[in-house]
Design a protein around this ligand. Structure first.
Ligand SMILES: *Cc1c(COP(=O)(O)O)cnc(C)c1O
Length: 435
């Protein structure tokens, strides 16, 4: 389909060619989105082509993002695509988590099974491909987390130079390790996140660096395929709810856009409802949603779930529209609830990083409040891999985990390693007792 960049603001809707290097609307400063025109795809034919592509070894077709390229703005530009075979993430039944949330059944779509271990890969493959289409040789982002890991990997694969800007002294080690390993140039700046973002914008323009922060509309397009692939895996049977954690709110915006487009083109008869879950110490969108009125950023967001530790989410206007359009809601969860839900997801043999567990914690709260029925079809999205934050895991199970304000987090589902003597009889006796 033909595509262009359009301002998201209803009163503006200015449009720009896909080849423009823009992050906000030059006319009004609003967010930008990709908008499609031209002949619509035929759902029945497309569904069967998409299914057949899974059987081939062609790089584009075996990517869980590019397989669905008819709904991405690269129709005539696939030669620029860089792929690490992202997507293709499992949809898993989790009976123990269903019981924990008092649901008959619960499935998780695990985006932590991506090449760099988070859903950022679904978006970054599109963002890096767009950088190549624009002829850029350098890409950058401001992030201490999964975005830098993903940017570094895709830039390396695409032959682009990656520059990662970090607030000095605020480094999440596991994720930073990935960025260094993938060869990104890593700059630590003596300033806070917002100051660095302003700095990077100036530098980007001056030096011709393409910015791949979550405001980038091409990342949002790639993340749409998370729900497209989910529905393909569900044989296009629409679930009642999709529940996911929210930080900068780019992902929920992408999900909502995908669902609107799928309904519009006739791929599905109706949209599932979207529920986004925030950590209680970083919940400006929750407050906005439930209080109404103007949006107030949180000055000092606090949560151990660092991937959703965002006080001023850039994509909140899009997220608000999408959640409203889907008939969805916004929930918040405590540090204790996140930690316990995470351990339960581990017990399912699945595992995830802390931010992802907000999904299950939120599902449980929504169920307890009666917003979800026991028999409703719910898919929770796990956004990041269990190995992203091993320190958190160890502390929880040892009873050493503390919330951001120093409140101890109880290991309700703790599983401490035991020290045993070098004595077969004694060990045999211990194992008999426990079983
Ligand atoms: C980025 C990220 C989030 C938050 O997604 P937003 O699009 O910023 O709302 C949640 N979980 C993980 C693991 C992430 O990496």
């Amino acid at each position: 389909m033909q595509a262009e960049l359009v301002c998201f603001e209803p009163n503006c809707r200015a449009s720009y060619p896909l080849s423009s290097v823009l992050y906000n609307c030059p006319a009004c400063g609003g967010l930008l989105e990709v908008s499609y025109a031209g002949p619509a795809p035929d759902p029945i034919h497309r569904k069967s082509v998409w299914r057949q592509r899974r059987l081939t070894n062609d790089p584009l077709n075996s990517s869980g993002v590019w397989r669905y390229r008819e709904l991405l703005p690269f129709d005539d530009a696939t030669q620029h695509v860089v792929t690490l075979r992202e997507g293709n993430t499992a949809l898993l039944d989790a009976p123990a988590a269903a019981r924990y949330a008092s649901l008959d059944r619960l499935r998780f779509k695990h985006q932590g099974f991506n090449p760099t271990g988070s859903f950022k890969d679904n978006g970054m493959t599109c963002g890096a491909s767009q950088a190549r289409r624009l002829g850029m040789s350098r890409v950058a982002c401001v992030s201490t987390g999964n975005t830098s890991a993903s940017l570094a990997a895709y830039a390396a694969a695409a032959g682009l130079q990656a520059v990662i800007f970090l607030p000095h002294g605020n480094i999440s080690f596991g994720k930073l390790a990935q960025a260094i390993e993938y060869g990104a140039r890593t700059l630590q700046v003596e300033a806070n996140f917002d100051q660095i973002l302003a700095l990077v914008r100036t530098l980007a323009e001056k030096l011709g660096i393409y910015l791949l922060n979550s405001i980038n509309p091409f990342r949002i397009e790639g993340q749409k395929t998370i729900v497209i692939e989910m529905l393909d895996q569900l044989d296009w049977q629409v679930p009642d709810w999709i529940v996911l954690p929210g930080g900068n709110l780019g992902n929920v915006s992408a999900f909502g856009k995908a669902l609107r487009e799928l309904v519009h083109y006739g791929f599905i008869p109706r949209s599932p409802r979207l529920a986004v879950v925030q950590a209680e110490g970083a919940a400006p969108f929750y407050e906005f949603w439930h209080a109404g009125g103007p949006f107030h950023p949180v000055g000092h967001p606090e949560t151990l779930a660092t991937a959703i530790k965002i006080g001023d989410p850039v994509s909140w206007p899009k997220a608000a529209q999408e959640i409203r359009a889907s008939g969805g809601t916004v929930e918040k969860v405590s540090e204790q609830e996140i930690a316990d839900a995470k351990a339960i997801i581990g017990r399912c043999g699945i595992g995830c990083e802390p931010a992802s567990a907000a999904s299950l914690a939120g599902i449980r709260n929504l169920r307890a409040a009666g917003l979800l029925g026991a028999g409703e079809d719910v898919v929770g999205v796990l956004t990041g891999n269990v190995l992203k934050d091993p320190d958190y895991i160890y502390r929880y199970h040892m009873g050493q985990l503390e919330g951001p304000n120093g409140t101890p987090i109880a290991p309700h589902f703790g599983n401490r390693p035991e020290v045993v003597p070098n004595d077969a009889d004694r060990i045999a006796q211990l194992l008999e007792e426990k079983c």
